[in-house]
Design a protein around this ligand. Structure first.
Ligand SMILES: Cc1cc2nc3c(=O)[nH]c(=O)nc-3n(C[C@H](O)[C@H](O)[C@H](O)COP(=O)(O)OP(=O)(O)OC[C@H]3O[C@@H](n4cnc5c(N)ncnc54)[C@H](O)[C@@H]3O)c2cc1C
Length: 308
């Protein structure tokens, strides 16, 4: 286990912004995780579990705590048979989705374009194109900050739209849990009257939609805001934050180097030299403008870390 000091978080986030983490520890075993947690406790510093940093905005002031990231040991997929697949926390979701297609299994194959890790996907209940991880996840193995490993059933993960129990647990050092692995029960393509090639085609169709609708050539962290509750609006367009942001005339609006994407209004991009403060200020400006114009409160999907 290597402990690094003053590691720029701009190197670990898809926004490519963020100041230094006081300590950065890459872990290769559960013992490493326990050690890293102990190290933080001894230094009376908070901890943050980093996935691939694709849903994260880290302050320009950095993070005065210990960033813990799962290393290569935690990137592994096991086929348990009968449609059950277990993957460790650092496994790229894209790799997992492609693996399941090759095994002729359906259920998470449309998530291949989400650039995060499995741990981040479980924490966020990531999803796209009608699939999210909670639909097929049956259990999640975690380690708490006292070093206890436990298995939570899907019900115990309290999944909701872009929500899991792990978000509440992360609020305090005592309750926070690190996601070590997750197991999925997937459907055999054959049982659905499909082949692996059909699943591949469905995945490719989703990838094409992404390429055509998202600003993938510029640093970003995916959707800035969560979809609206069905109660607030009813049609698919009306639950999309991007619809209101575009109607408010904010596409292309810029603060410093941060820009409301010209391609997809619910994305903020780092158009060059953006600071985390630019991105946060722009997201707040968008929230205020949409609230003033439409009386709608947009809720941020992107997670903020550090003092702003
Ligand atoms: C171009 C682009 C497209 C995207 N498209 C989508 C999409 O279609 N659908 C979607 O849902 N999201 C999308 N996202 C957002 C993002 O990829 C997902 O939220 C993803 O699940 C985050 O995973 P991560 O590993 O990057 O997590 P991070 O950003 O590193 O962390 C996110 C949260 O998860 C927690 N976390 C991460 N790993 C663990 C772990 N092992 N144990 C405990 N907590 C953990 C972190 O502490 C943090 O609070 C997109 C992002 C980009 C940049």
């Amino acid at each position: 286990m290597i402990i690094q000091e003053n590691v720029p978080m701009s190197e670990h986030t898809s926004f490519k912004v963020g100041g230094p983490a006081k300590y950065f520890i890459k872990t290769e075993s559960t013992d490493d995780i326990k050690e890293a947690l102990l190290f933080a406790k001894e230094h009376t510093l908070p901890t943050f579990i980093l996935g691939k940093g694709t849903n994260l905005l880290v302050s320009d002031n950095g993070y005065n705590g210990v960033i813990i990231q799962l290393g290569k040991f935690f990137s592994e997929i096991t086929n348990l048979g009968n449609g059950k697949i277990c993957a460790k926390g650092a496994t790229p979701l894209a790799r997992l989705a492609r693996y399941t297609i090759n095994e002729g299994l359906a259920g998470i194959h449309k998530l291949a374009g989400i650039p995060g890790s499995l741990g981040g996907a479980i924490y966020m209940n990531a999803g796209a194109y009608g699939q999210d991880v909670s639909q097929t996840c049956i259990e999640v193995e975690t380690i708490d900050n006292a070093g206890n490993v436990r298995t939570r059933t899907a019900a115990e993960c309290a999944f909701g739209y872009r929500h899991s129990i792990f978000q509440e647990l992360a609020a305090s050092r005592e309750s926070a849990e690190t996601i070590l692995s997750a197991t999925f029960q997937l459907a055999s393509a054959a049982d659905l009257g499909k082949t692996a090639k059909d699943l591949e085609a469905e995945m490719q169709e989703c990838m094409t939609k992404r390429r055509n609708s998202q600003p993938l050539s510029m640093p970003n962290a995916g959707s800035t805001f969560k979809r609206l509750d069905a109660g607030a609006a009813t049609t698919p367009t009306q639950i999309a934050p991007g619809y209101y942001i575009e109607q408010a005339g904010l596409k292309g609006y810029r603060i410093g180097g941060a820009e409301v994407s010209q391609v997809h209004a619910n994305f903020i991009v780092n158009a060059g030299g953006a600071t985390a403060a630019d991105i946060k200020t722009l997201s707040e400006y968008v929230q205020k403008t949409v609230a003033d114009k439409f009386g709608i409160q947009l809720k941020r999907e992107i997670i903020l870390l550090g003092e702003f």
